[in-house]
Write a protein that binds this ligand. Structure first.
Ligand code: HEM
Length: 403
């Protein structure tokens, strides 16, 4: 088998300004050049759909990185330690146990029950926009909604939203390969603040349970196993990150895509029942999470090349979702695309636990936009957010006549 030294794969720097602005032409060149690209010392990106889909399910790859990896990215403080404990970065058997118990609480019925509240939140957020006939899809809708939803899910009073939101934002900045020093300090404060807040809340739920997610996490039990206080607190803190910017980006990206493709907006407006499929297409077209990292635990082969244990593979979801070998017209936005086996929520054992919640939030948001407004037009060019680790917008100005 050829080793990596023979004919090095091309380099890929995800932080290059041109890539941050628009990674898709680069992904196209990388996929054409081969199944792998070099991303850093002992770290390779996987470019093609079939490989990414298979590797997401491959038990020879792990998500549990040595503790020094998290310390290197996020520092020695509470944030670095927090990352090594959450479900996202655990492998079996710890992951299997956490996933069963958290999955029990985070059930489809909880999401279904939450939908009417999400509808009320979206309507309240859009009321001022309807009066003005103009709004910013990010600041007026996509940014505030997900934190409101996660707070509601956990039974946190709306008045505390303003306390939680800046902490959740600071924490999200720490989900990067290398976190800048000031962001590390802010992330440490955020982890401590959110842990203290949710720890108190959890103690109150223990004495007086309700039907919120924290109470369900306390009650979750399988084969006599339960989650400890710290496991619940850590993973509830993680839900604030996991469910926040990702969903913000899905809604912002979808709005920007509809502004950019008036024909697709018209299709959706003529048939709002296309909305769930349109949401899947937004997820494929500009995936909020562009890549997930895995530690190679046993040697694997990618596209005929040996990758040794100890290396890091970054599964490039954003590239896989534009692979012409899997999708017709991969660079085109088609709200009626079917089937649409995109990988935006990952796959295998770490498949996103909040996917159904994110789908409901986006479905409610887009249905409300189409119901309450006439055609949506760009108010000004959208502005990309290039500082974060996710694919996102800082602003998507929209003008639209209320109906
Ligand atoms: C559009 C919105 C979202 C996207 C694109 C997204 C994407 C993802 C992806 C790609 C993964 C897998 C990461 C990996 O394999 O390393 C993941 C995991 C996860 N997501 Fe999401 N997510 C979204 C929304 C949410 C929401 C709303 C929540 C909860 C409030 C959530 C909770 C989680 C959790 C707990 C995991 C870890 C699962 C595990 O490790 O077993 N996500 N998400």
């Amino acid at each position: 088998m050829p080793s990596l030294a023979a004919g090095l794969p091309p380099k890929f720097d995800a932080r290059e300004p041109a890539v941050l602005a628009d990674p898709y032409p680069t992904y196209r060149d990388l996929r054409a050049a081969g199944p792998l690209c070099r991303m850093g010392p002992a770290s390779y990106g996987v470019t093609r759909y079939d490989d990414v889909a298979a590797l997401l399910r491959d038990p020879r790859l792990g998500s549990e990185f040595p503790e020094q990896y998290h310390r290197m990215s996020a520092g020695d403080g509470p944030a670095g330690r927090f990352f090594s404990r959450i479900i996202l970065y655990r492998d079996p058997p710890a992951h299997t146990r956490l996933r069963r118990l958290i999955g029990k609480a985070f059930s489809p019925s909880l999401v279904r029950r939450t939908r009417p509240r999400i509808e009320r939140m979206v309507d309240a957020l859009l009321d001022p926009a309807a009066e003005r006939g103009a709004f910013d899809a990010v600041t007026d809708l996509a940014f505030p909604l997900p934190v409101m939803v996660v707070c509601a899910l956990m039974g946190i009073p709306e008045s505390d939203d303003a306390l939680i939101r800046p902490l959740a934002l600071d924490l999200s900045r720490a989900f990067a390969a290398i976190v800048a020093e000031p962001d590390r300090a802010a992330a440490d404060v955020a982890v401590e603040g959110l842990r203290a807040y949710l720890g108190d809340m959890l103690a109150r739920r223990r004495a007086d349970p309700g039907d919120d997610l924290l109470s369900l996490l306390l009650a979750a039990e399988e084969d006599g196993a339960r989650l400890s206080h710290d496991e619940i607190v850590d993973n509830a803190v993680f839900a604030f990150f996991a469910g926040f910017e990702t969903t913000t980006n899905l809604i912002s990206t979808g709005c920007a895509a509809l502004l950019d493709h008036p024909d697709q907006q018209k299709l959706l407006r003529d048939d709002p029942d296309l909305t769930p499929g349109a949401v899947e297409e937004f997820l494929r077209y500009d995936s909020p999470i562009q890549g997930v990292a895995r530690l190679v635990r046993e040697d694997v082969e990618v596209g005929g090349r040996a990758i040794r244990a100890g290396r890091v593979l970054v599964l490039l979801i954003g590239s896989a979702n534009r692979d012409p070998a899997r999708f017709d017209d991969p660079d085109g936005l088609r709200v009626d695309r079917s089937p649409n086996p995109h990988l935006a929520f990952g796959g295998g054992t770490h498949l996103c636990l909040g996917a159904s919640l994110a789908r409901v939030e986006a479905d409610v948001a887009f249905r409300a936009l189409l119901r309450r407004f006439g055609p949506l037009s760009p108010g000004a060019p959208p502005v990309r957010e290039t500082g974060g680790t996710l694919r996102s917008y800082a602003s998507v100005p929209v003008t639209a006549d209320p109906r």
